[in-house]
Design a protein around this ligand. Sequence first.
Ligand SMILES: [Zn+2]
Length: 826
Amino acid sequence: MTHQHPATAARGLQRSEALARAELLEVTSYDVTLDLASSEETFDSTTRLDFVSRGGRTFLDLKPRAVRSIRLNGRPVDVDLLQRGRVPLETVEGPNQLVVEAVMAFRNDGEGLHRSIDPADGRHYVYGMSFMDAAPSIFACFDQPDLKAPYTFHVRAPEDWVVVGNAPGTNPEPGVWELETSKPLSTYFVTLVAGPYHLVRDEHDGIPLGLSCRQSIAAELEADADELLTLTRQCFDELHRLFGIRYPFGDYHQAFVPEFNAGAMENPGCVTFRDPLVFTSKVTRGQRIQRASTVAHEMAHQWFGNITTPLWWDDLWLNESFAEYMGNRVTADVTEYDDAWVQNAYARRQWGLLADQRPSTHPVAGNGEDDATAALQNFDGISYAKGSSILKQLNATMGDEVFLAGVRDHLQGHFYGNATMHDLLASWTRAGAVDLGAFADNWLVTAGPDRIVLDRGAGRLLRTPPTGHPADRAHTLRVATRSPGDAGWQVDELVVDAAETSYDAPAGAAVLLDPFEDTWAVTEPDAVTTALLPELVASTGDPLLRAGMWNSVRSAYHHAHVAPEAVLDLLEAWLPAEDQDAALQYTLGWVLAKVVPLAADPGTAAARVHTASLAAAQAAEPGSTLQLAAYQAAVSSCAATDLLEGWLMGRDLPAGVELDLALRWRVLVRLAVLGAVDRDDLDAHLEAEPTAVSRVEHTRAIASMPTAEAKAWAWERFTGEATAPNYELEAAGEGMWRAGQDELLAPYVARYFDELPGTAEVHSGWVLADVAEAFFPLTSLDDTTLERARALIARPDLDSSLRRRVVDTTDELEHRLAVRRTFAGQ
Ligand SMILES: [Zn+2]
């Protein structure tokens, strides 16, 4: 997956329970009949589940609206025994057959069978998201990753719908869909995509390919179908070559579905993607790279995750780190996006490093998670970005041949089965790798990053292991040095394998440690380097080196070692020279969110960003994606309402900029922040083009307005007083907390900490934690907020996923407070 369950099940399946059930049972097959045509609120779900038992007590997972009947081996089971999603069962030794007839609810939180209405045309769309514990809200099952079985689906749906699932299907009569029996699947990747979807079909190397999306965005999907299918073909060829195992799941369908929480989900044969990835407005190349690497990531999962599945969620890195590494690698190696690693350096490195420095850090492997629901919170920068970085390092150490031979041995040894980290390490050892034990101890099972900094005066590099996680790690990394008169950077390799390593920096030279991400460590520029960077950056030709420079500066800023104004100095020097739109998009986004509000004078800081980014938009090639990225930041930093209003009318735009739907809403959201647009205007813009994108941005704009009414409107969504689909909920939270609206927002600081625990009654799964983060009062930069956050974290009754998110966001607040304290008045 590229990144949410009913509130009553605060405690998920425990590892010990899964182990006991897997000891007892082997599932033979599922036969599932769903009737999606009889109601818009609920659907009938009948499951016939054949399994073999050693005999004895276990339980079935079932999260229905109502149960009609449960029969085990022909005898009725008392439906009143259903409690908190479980039905106790007394099995017999040998074959057992369970038949469950239930009524399930369509959901609107992106899980289970999600049903939504397209605001553009009123059509209804359904898709299944079983991950990570939502399968029992679609069909009765033994919901754990290591009880795999083949599935046969029979679906009745409205006659104008198409139905796609994990296995190829036929449509013998209108409204009736019969899917073939699938390969053995874990419950968490069983899916169904059903509705009046627009379909594109093709084929590659014997594999039927498909794409689908809502009708209202069909033209946009068609426009990009060639790009998407070409990518898919290229990735299949390369993954077949690397893994030496053919894709075994039949068709490969990629469905772009509404209101999807994750980036995408790797369901075998039928991958689901969030449908903002069907671009309805102009996007940057960086966004196209992000989409391409998501396509490749989900394809890599067909092997790592779907053929061989982690035995338990503590090894989810086996899925995510591999898919992330292989996805980036394949995108960069065989698609048109050969600059994918540059985009990745901007998009992912800080995500991983920050997650690894939070109080909630955990090892990449064996994260120790015993609760399936809590494990969801480990789909983070550690399991993705750090894990991928470490696999890249491991690959460099053992060589590609041994690396891939071990991977093939692992997949072949556990085909359609489940495995653990130890199985993979054993495969690599068989393939010829040595010393994997020490590697695994240091990098995979010890949390936190080392910190490597230059002590220029003493002529040494200092390596500090993470607090509370002792490690003795050897880092092989490149160092880039450059003095003011030098034509370019000199790059040298060195090994840092002790607390102190002698290193004499050339006198007065800038020194960037690990700018190419050879290792996993927090590095920062020292004061001499920070002072030189604005002078050197414009003539730094390597985009990866510029990305490495920004990652070092961002780490230093996070730790209050670089002032907001120094970041802005660098930004102004760098912007005219940068030619990668991903670099602009991520860096300008970060500066606007985290640097400008902490500057001594935020108004002046925003004006500096605005001037620099507008100049970059005017200097860029008209109509280029680089211009788009610069112009987006110019809009979001603009304080001149007349200029914004002019842009909205099409006046004074930089030549080449066309104000499409996304840009129009960006201007409207900015006008809303400034209090320069009223509610009726926003409603009129929504009505003029009532698409899914418009609805989300309309919500963001209203929540951003500096009025008590607007904040109350957003707050009702947080507390569940007013209901809204997931994307709109998050946009309401993101819009609500705006710097400079402190007085209006003041009452909500205390209310957030008082009312957050109650949101577990109204929101669920992914949405619950994402909403907690989106509504966190991060603009309230004072010690009282910090004290309230700490008091909330200490509450024993707080839902675990809420606690995790509040812990991390509080850590962010502490760091922002430190920046403010350190540099106030400078
Ligand atoms: Zn994934």
